[in-house]
Design a binder for this molecule. Structure first.
Ligand code: HEC
Length: 175
């Protein structure tokens, strides 16, 4: 025993057996675990399996997503969350040519009842997807992807009848 100025006596007790068992047990376990998953390739195989399952799930989701139609787009144009998402997409990508309130500038006013390429939901969706590139309207399908094109279409549809003062009507009146 050394001298103690703090009054604490130091015992040199053996570590309890349960503690040693836990210590060595966890060392053995971690080594076995590591060997199993990292060196035998089980981990890689699992990662691969997971990737495969995720791909299958994605394919399934895309297949089970209902195909868009006039009706489904019209319904989405009344869904506040979708419209809000579409508005954000519009403000980012479309206002430069269609104006902050879609009142038109380079591109047509999207709030009136007149349409160059038809005012039906699927027609609007088609123009946004494929564009009218020779007239300066880009094909947004490849840029934004299906989900965003759908949302921004819903937003444009939600503007129907708002008739914001802006670029004079172009095209045919949508019946
Ligand atoms: C670079 C300018 C430009 C940008 C950016 C642009 N547009 Fe256009 N857009 C046009 C022009 C120009 C037309 C008219 C094409 C024509 O004359 O046939 C048009 C037409 C349209 C039409 C058809 C209107 C009608 O009367 O039939 C829709 C719908 C439309 N754009 C939506 C969008 C959306 C949504 C975005 C953003 C994702 C967007 N545009 C971004 C220039 C643009």
């Amino acid at each position: 025993m050394s001298d103690h100025h703090d009054g604490i006596e130091e015992h040199d007790n053996h570590l309890p057996n349960w503690w040693l068992v836990t210590l060595f047990g966890s060392i053995v376990f971690s080594f076995a675990y590591w060997t199993y998953y990292e060196t035998l390739g089980v981990g890689a195989a699992q990662a691969q399996e997971l990737a495969g399952e995720e791909a299958a799930l994605r394919a399934l989701r895309e297949k089970s997503a209902p195909p868009i139609s006039d009706e489904s787009l019209l319904a989405l144009s009344k869904d506040q969350k979708v419209v809000a998402s579409g508005e954000t997409i519009f403000k980012t990508n479309c206002v430069a040519c269609h104006g902050m309130r879609a009142e038109g500038s380079v591109g047509p006013n999207l709030t009136d009842a007149y349409w160059l390429h038809g005012g039906k939901p699927m027609q609007i969706h088609g123009v946004i997807t494929k564009g009218v590139t020779e007239k300066g309207m880009l094909a947004w399908g490849n840029v934004l992807g299906d989900a965003k094109v759908r949302d921004v279409t819903a937003f444009v549809l939600s503007l129907k009848g708002t008739n914001v003062q802006g670029k004079p009507p172009q095209g045919e009146k949508d019946p």
